[in-house]
Design a binder for this molecule. Structure first.
Ligand code: ADP
Ligand code: MG
Length: 373
């Protein structure tokens, strides 16, 4: 009989930060729209700037753990932001990767990608199998990999591997592990095996979404990869590591909020889980003594044992460079950076020349020379 070992840090309340990466997708000009050019651009591997709408002669600069520019490949995103955390789930630790950002900014491209440009999910699953394979020989542990796939929509938890499922309850066991009784959990033995279950479930979700009024932009798609390892010799100790890979709902519900709490609260009602996630990440990264509000939404409750605490988490904030996304981009960056502000003071505002607005600059130079009327 296998003996369960609680994976905890012995009562140590230290919580780990959520690493924040930002990925800017390439500019996609639409033929029948006036081409205004990008309103945001990268500066280097950690910094970017966006035009300040209050004063176009200024840009607002942001600093992040990682900035992925529009030329960044799927491979680079995976290597920099995801691969390093994967070994932990073989050691009974938990991890989570989120794609955040407005609809159209590249969340699904980042997480799922395409056959030609596979994203984080297929790469991570392959890597988990590779890591287990590399360990198996001569190790004292046996490894088993399993998957679950679910969706949170309107605060309902739905099993994507069991098409007609009802809203499922989220529970916590005595070791503070979060679980969903009744959720399909399928053992997978290879990447092909994973694909066999994952692809049809993803297709189902996409088809349903076009019928159900943009459902895919309002729901959170959550893939769970679970690695259970069991000691070969008695007592057969067992450790479980969980990896959550999450394509979040579109953040545009928070549109035009700036940093104002009241507006955020209104939009929070539109997507409670996304709103609560932002509070949880904020609370973890500011290291404040306040209670981390995991229990305030389904998403954060589900991720409670895999976000903060001893877990390894990364949030990839996807942004788009076109002007029509300007306010969504601004609010996504403010969400992503606000937590950093307290730690690193990343938010500096400075006046620079604005080469993308030559007319305006010409006028200012004119004024600066004192020859204005
Ligand atoms: P979201 O899931 O956030 O709504 P998508 O991933 O569907 O956004 O991306 C919107 C469009 O932009 C898609 O056509 C996608 O292929 C394209 N796209 C997104 N990110 C990139 C990128 N880094 N490189 C090339 N195309 C991208
Ligand atoms: Mg999407």
């Amino acid at each position: 009989m296998a003996q369960r070992v609680a994976v905890s840090d012995g009562g140590n309340k230290k919580t780990s930060r959520v690493r924040v990466a930002v990925r800017l997708r390439p500019y996609m000009s639409i033929p029948d729209e006036k081409d205004e050019g990008p309103c945001v651009r990268g500066l280097d591997s950690q910094n970017l700037e966006i035009i300040n709408w209050r004063n176009a002669t200024e840009t607002v600069k942001y600093h992040f753990d990682v900035f992925h520019g529009e030329q960044t490949t799927q491979q680079e995103v995976f290597l920099t932001s995801v691969k390093p955390i994967l070994p932990h789930i073989l050691n009974g630790q938990n991890a989570s990767v989120f794609a955040y950002g407005p609809t159209g900014a590249g969340k699904t491209h980042t997480m799922l990608g395409s056959a030609k440009e596979p994203g984080v999910i297929p790469r991570a699953v392959r890597e988990v199998f590779n890591l287990v394979k590399a360990k198996d020989e001569g190790e004292e542990w046996d490894y088993k990999i399993g998957m679950s796939y679910l969706e949170i929509y309107n605060e309902k938890v739905l099993d994507l591997l069991s098409p007609n499922s009802q809203d499922l309850p989220i529970r916590e066991d005595k070791d503070k592990n979060i679980l969903i009784p009744g959720l399909t959990h399928t053992i997978i033995t290879s990447f092909l095996d994973f694909d066999k279950h994952f692809v049809p479930a993803t297709l189902n979700r996409t088809t349903a979404s076009t019928k159900l009024n943009q459902r895919s932009s309002r729901s959170h798609a959550i893939l769970l990869i679970k690695v259970v390892r069991t000691r070969r010799v008695p007592p057969q100790r067992q450790q479980t590591g969980k990896l959550y890979l999450v394509d979040l709902a579109g953040s545009e519900d928070n549109r035009r909020t700036g940093n104002q709490g009241i507006r955020l609260k209104e939009s929070g009602a539109i997507n409670l889980s996304l709103f609560t996630l932002s509070k949880v990440v904020d609370s973890l990264n500011s290291g404040s003594a306040v209670r981390v509000p995991y229990r305030d939404s389904k998403l954060t409750r589900l991720l409670q044992d895999s976000l903060g605490g001893s877990a390894h988490s990364v949030m990839i904030t996807n942004i788009a460079p076109e002007y029509k996304y300007y306010f969504d981009t601004f609010s996504a960056l403010n969400f992503a950076a606000k937590s950093k502000l307290i730690v690193n003071k990343p938010f500096t505002r400075e006046t620079v020349a604005v080469p993308v607005l030559p007319v305006k600059r010409a006028r200012e130079e004119h004024e600066a020379t004192g020859s204005g009327t």
